[in-house]
Design a protein around this ligand. Sequence first.
Ligand SMILES: Nc1ncnc2c1ncn2[C@@H]1O[C@H](COP(=O)(O)OP(=O)(O)OP(=O)(O)O)[C@@H](O)[C@H]1O
Ligand SMILES: [Mg+2]
Length: 323
Amino acid sequence: MKKLFASHGRDDEFRAVAELIIDEEEKKNNRVLARSLRRTLEAGPARPAKPKALAPLIPFPEAAGDFIELVEPHHDKHDVVLASDNIRVFASLLKEFRRADEIRRRGLPVRSKMLFCGPPGCGKTLTAEVFSAELGLPLYIVKLDRLISSYLGETATNVRKIFEFARKQPSVLFFDEFDALARARDEAGEHNELRRVVNSLLIFIDRIQPKGFLIAATNLDQSLDPAIWRRFDEVIWFDRPEPAMIRKFLRMRFKNVVASFDPTSRASELDGYSYAELERISVQAMKSAVIDNRKEVRENDFRAAIAEERRRRKGNARLMRSN
Ligand SMILES: Nc1ncnc2c1ncn2[C@@H]1O[C@H](COP(=O)(O)OP(=O)(O)OP(=O)(O)O)[C@@H](O)[C@H]1O
Ligand SMILES: [Mg+2]
């Protein structure tokens, strides 16, 4: 209690202490009290999601604009559907981050490097965005393929700049298309400069102790070299949704939409679709209602949107075959 009072005015500290108290009550088997405390805590004033509300950002090194981008969060945790295992991992990472200083003071390591794996459109980028908003940290997306290909001569210097930056600026540094690194490693062969670049990136990832998080994402079109994935503290999988998750997504997506049918009743037709495809189907169905000047989305709109997505998929499959 004393700690709680002492944390007055410091939101992070307050939350961490409040969570400790809740944990203790849970351990003491006071579940009802713990649950009610947690609800009260969660219903409290929203934490500032936008990095703008925090300390001024350190300007990013010059010339980095081509391969790095500051992303403003547009989504929050209510927009993302996650498998329950993943929800647990992220909740525990958040707790750990809020107590990071204390953990480090006791000489213990803090998890800060994550690898996101999974097929396209299943939430890797979205989750990075929502996670940084939850942490209250700015999100920087590093486009690895651009970093590697267009700056070969200067990549090592640029890489150093990025990591210098990550050491100073608490942030989430998101390396998208991380397979580019694995590919470049395979292709390097005798190409000394490329090999040096890839190795320097790997060494930096090894050594960096980011003030926030480093997240790398890959679609894994081929298996990833253990030399790469073992550098991460957590490997998190984002899979295509199973029927229960499809229903969860549809409930979330149609929550504030007037519909004359239950979209979840069509979930069985959507097996195998990614979340991005489900999103497109939902949006397309909603648009049909707007175009027809109707207040409610009808089952027919939804059915037509599924058919449209199927047609699109066939087209994509042809493109993949012709590649
Ligand atoms: N788990 C999810 N919950 C809710 N919506 C999702 C989820 N995953 C994807 N979406 C929807 O699909 C869109 C694209 O997802 P996202 O960019 O996160 O995919 P990704 O896994 O990063 O794919 P890629 O490998 O192509 O980069 C999101 O903006 C969102 O509309
Ligand atoms: Mg992505």
